[in-house]
Design a protein around this ligand. Structure first.
Ligand code: ADP
Ligand code: NA
Length: 329
């Protein structure tokens, strides 16, 4: 089979939670460990489509870099870079913007959702799916792991790639979406187990963050909503709360849900919550230790980002050159 090139990105926001960790970072780490060709972008140009505090943003970029490395992303195996350090993304975005119609962007549900509460809509928010297409196509990526909510943006990328190929001659392979988080695989809120765990949930007790202290994790587990059956069984439909805890537990301990249910026979829900808290703490403590040690070495983190940007520029600039030639520029 043809070699795959996998492109994915994450915005440098603070507060990575277990959903982001398991739904995105762990998936990338798996691809890396399978020796796939993986490109990982810190999507800071996407972050500024909504207002950002500059100091917080630059802090978040370094912290996200440290987080990814602490979780086992290896910059010698994965091309990790900061989007704004690679100017070709904006340039390719312009070229693609000239073949994308407004009608196409108006229909995207993420835009409708994000702009609903705004009086004045920044142009960047409107065209960011075009920048996302540029990110992917700049590397001629063949596969893009995304959450279900991003699926339509990958379809836009596919359409723009086809349009460019048809009008100007073959340039881009058509990238496929790999959906890594859908309604069943998704971690749920600890407070409302029918909703997904999300950083935009106003209740901080709804999520476990990768940098939470052990006592906070224990507290959040204690307050996690379950039900009135004091027994550990997996039944996502009728017992979403306990089942979500079992999913988290299983992911983080490499035990199957069945094994955990067997081990937990005789425990009441309160006791079981303690063992989930312990499993989470055991899993994330070494990550936290590594994170703080990396964060104390900013020079190293900047070096990683500079190296990544250099390679990213080389690859993406070759694509830009090819596009310009085809366009007659
Ligand atoms: P949030 O919903 O917290 O704002 P994002 O939408 O920024 O998270 O998603 C960042 C990444 O984390 C995406 O790859 C997304 O699929 C993944 N992700 C987010 N929430 C979850 C979740 N609850 N379960 C699994 N994966 C998730
Ligand atoms: Na989100």
């Amino acid at each position: 089979s043809k070699p795959r090139r996998i492109f994915s990105g994450i915005q440098p926001t603070g507060m990575i939670h277990l959903g982001n960790y398991l739904g995105a970072i762990v998936q990338w780490k798996k691809l890396q460990d399978d020796n796939e060709d993986v490109i990982l972008e810190l999507a800071d140009l996407h972050s500024i489509t909504l207002p950002q505090d500059p100091k917080t943003l630059s802090k978040n970029i370094l912290e996200m870099t440290a987080t990814l490395l602490a979780c086992g992303i290896n910059p010698d195996k994965v091309l990790l870079f900061q989007q704004s350090m690679v100017s070709t993304h904006s340039e390719i975005s312009w070229l693609l913007g000239c073949i994308c119609t407004m009608a196409r962007l108006n229909h995207l549900p993420t835009f409708k959702e994000k702009s609903a509460s705004l009086k004045d809509i920044p142009l960047g928010l409107y065209i960011y799916p075009v920048l996302q297409a540029a990110d992917i196509l700049a590397y001629k990526a063949t596969h893009v792991p995304v959450g279900e909510d991003q699926f339509q943006h990958i379809q836009l990328t596919q359409d723009l790639a086809k349009m460019f190929n048809n009008r100007y001659g073959y340039c881009f392979p058509i990238p496929h979406a790999i959906v890594t988080d859908n309604d069943t695989s998704r971690l749920k809120s600890l407070r409302q187990p029918l909703k997904k765990m999300s950083k935009s949930d106003p209740d901080p007790k709804s999520r476990i963050c990768l940098l939470d202290k052990p006592e906070d994790i224990a507290m959040k587990l204690k307050k996690a909503v379950t039900d009135f059956i004091s027994e550990v069984t997996y039944d996502p439909e009728n017992r979403p709360g306990v089942s979500n805890l079992l999913s988290i537990h299983s992911f983080l301990s490499n035990k199957t849900i069945d094994e955990i249910c067997r081990e937990s026979q005789g425990l009441n829900t309160g006791q079981y919550k303690t063992s989930v808290a312990d499993a989470i703490i055991a899993h994330i403590q070494p990550i936290q230790k590594e994170y703080y040690s990396l964060l104390s070495d900013e020079k190293y983190l900047f070096q990683v980002l500079r190296n990544g940007a250099e390679t990213a520029y080389e690859i993406s600039h070759a694509t830009l050159k090819e596009m310009k030639q085809k366009l007659g520029l």
